[in-house]
Design a protein around this ligand. Structure first.
Ligand SMILES: Nc1ncnc2c1ncn2[C@@H]1O[C@H](COP(=O)(O)OP(=O)(O)OP(=O)(O)O)[C@@H](O)[C@H]1O
Ligand SMILES: [Mg+2]
Length: 249
């Protein structure tokens, strides 16, 4: 079921990147079976995090193009649809796509907030056509993403945002190419690993888990992307630190 075609929003005014956005199937067709799968992911993340505070979450993967942005954006939409006040932040400062997904300009975003003390971040966060869902685009791609993401300013900023939103979800780069995600995994409440079936190598997933364990990240579970099922190719969810191909719930 190749439902996720890259789409470029008609309103995309971005000038600094040619990356395309992802399909918001949960917004466009909330009754679709795939939207239901994203709601199941939402519920399973909630179960995984039961009794723990989970206000800040990242969706990552071992390597590129495993579906991080698709899963993060669609799951964020389902939380907003449930009534949670959600902020979705593009912290993939190397291959940002959130602005294209939501048809927003990207001349100001996270990187500006972190580097320009004069800027009121409330002016940079944008509402979307999805009720309860606000977004913060990446802003211009900086020369030093890891340093920015590891800065006290970033951590203080997140603390401020936690007071204003029920849930903050970050789109981030893959684990194995750069250290950005490992850095963030150390200070967010939970990490969900997206594993694309037939693409992700077991070794790469194992290495990603090691990197997460190294920083004592709270790995809540896995999203199995492109899982063959009765309905075609969809999304499944697995729990915990263990890993087994095809084991989805
Ligand atoms: N289950 C799926 N079926 C078909 N296509 C999919 C599926 N999941 C993701 N895709 C497509 O695969 C491509 C990569 O997805 P996405 O951009 O979400 O991945 P990513 O991990 O965020 O990539 P990057 O590493 O570049 O940030 C997109 O074109 C997306 O539409
Ligand atoms: Mg992405």
């Amino acid at each position: 079921m190749a439902i996720f075609k890259k789409q470029k929003s008609k309103n995309d005014l971005s000038t600094d990147t040619m990356e395309n956005g992802v399909m918001l199937i949960t917004e466009v067709t909330p009754k679709d079976v795939v939207s239901e799968q994203f709601r199941t992911i939402r519920t399973n993340v909630e179960f995984s995090a039961v009794d723990k505070e989970y206000k800040t979450l990242i969706f990552t993967s071992s390597n590129v193009s495993e579906g991080k942005s698709t899963v993060a954006a669609n799951t964020a939409v389902t939380w907003a649809q449930q009534g949670k006040k959600v902020l979705f932040i593009d912290a993939d400062l190397r291959r940002p796509t959130l602005h294209a997904t939501f048809g927003l300009p990207n001349n100001q975003g996270l990187t500006n907030v972190l580097t320009n003390k004069e800027l009121d971040y409330h002016d940079v966060i944008k509402t979307t056509r999805v009720e309860n869902l606000s977004v913060l685009t990446s802003g211009p791609v900086p020369p030093n993403p890891s340093e920015l993401l590891n800065s006290d300013r970033m951590k203080n900023y997140i603390e401020l945002l936690k007071g204003e939103y029920d849930l903050i979800i970050f789109d981030v780069p893959p684990m194995l190419q750069v250290t950005d995600t490992q850095i963030m995994a150390a200070y967010v409440d939970g990490v969900i690993l997206v594993v694309r079936q037939g693409v992700a190598q077991q070794k790469a997933v194992t290495r990603s888990i090691e990197l997460l364990e190294m920083v004592h990240a709270n790995l809540l579970g896995y999203v199995m992307n492109d899982v063959a099922s009765r309905n075609g190719y969809g999304y499944g969810y697995g729990y915990g630190y263990g890993y087994g191909y095809g084991e989805t719930k």
